[in-house]
Design a protein around this ligand. Structure first.
Ligand code: GDP
Length: 168
C-alpha cells in the first residue's frame, strides 16, 4: 500500500550533526522524500504534535525536548516520506521508542540515549499509523509544501492576511 509518513529529526539529531547520517539510513528504505523543511517549533505546534501524551509524567520535559530547549537549538527537520509501506518501513528503521531497547542497527539504537534525568533522546520521530500520519502531516505542512496531492484540499481566498515577501 502506498503511504506517507511524517519524519522529524529532533533537536538532538541536529545538535549532534546527525542529519546526514540519518538521511543516509532513511534512504535504505527506497522511499521518496515528498516534502522537507527546517522548522522553528512553536509551543503550540509542539503541544499539538504530542497531544496524546498530555497525561504522561514526562510531558513537560518532552515539550522542552522537541522545542529544542534542552539542546539550545530550537529547530527540527520535518519531512514527508512517501511510497510502498512507508509507515512500517520508517518505524522499523527508526527503532523502538526507548533508545536503549531499540535494535542497535536502528537509528534510535545507534544514536539515541536516555539522559541521566530520564529523558528519551531518540533523535527521530516517525508516525505510528495512517491516521496519525495524516494528522501529523497536516499539522506540520501546508498542501503546497508537499510535491504530491496526498489529501483532499480546498481553495480559499484569504483577504487582509499579512505575510512576508522578498523585498524588490
Ligand atoms: P514514538 O511513536 O515511538 O515516538 O513513541 P510515543 O508516541 O509513545 O512517545 C512520543 C515520544 O515521547 C517518544 O519518542 C519519546 O521522545 C517520549 N517518550 C515516550 N515514552 C517515554 C518514557 O517512558 N519516558 C520518557 N522520558 N520519554 C518517553
Amino acid at each position: 500500500m502506498i503511504q506517507q509518513t511524517l519524519v522529524l529529526i529532533k533537536p538532538d539529531g541536529l545538535k549532534k550533526s546527525l542529519t546526514g547520517n540519518i538521511l543516509t539510513r532513511l534512504s535504505e528504505t527506497k522511499l521518496e522524500i515528498a516534502a522537507a523543511k527546517i522548522v522553528h517549533v512553536s509551543r503550540e505546534l509542539a503541544e499539538e504534535h504530542y497531544c496524546h501524551m498530555k497525561e504522561k509524567p514526562f510531558f513537560k520535559e518532552l515539550i522542552k525536548y522537541i522545542l529544542g530547549e534542552l539542546h539550545k537549538r530550537r529547530k527540527v527537520m520535518a519531512m514527508v516520506y512517501h511510497g510502498e509501506g512507508a509507515i512500517r518501513k520508517l518505524r522499523e528503521i527508526a527503532g523502538a521508542t526507548n533508545p536503549e531497547e531499540a535494535d542497535p542497527i536502528s537509528i534510535r539504537g545507534a544514536y539515541g540515549r536516555i539522559t541521566t534525568s530520564g529523558i528519551y533522546e531518540n533523535v527521530i520521530h516517525a508516525s505510528t499509523n495512517e491516521a496519525e500520519a495524516e494528522r501529523e502531516i497536516k499539522l506540520w505542512f501546508e498542501p503546497d509544501e508537499i510535491i504530491y496531492h496526498l489529501y483532499p484540499v480546498e481553495e480559499v481566498t484569504v483577504k487582509n492576511v499579512k505575510k512576508k515577501v522578498w523585498k524588490k
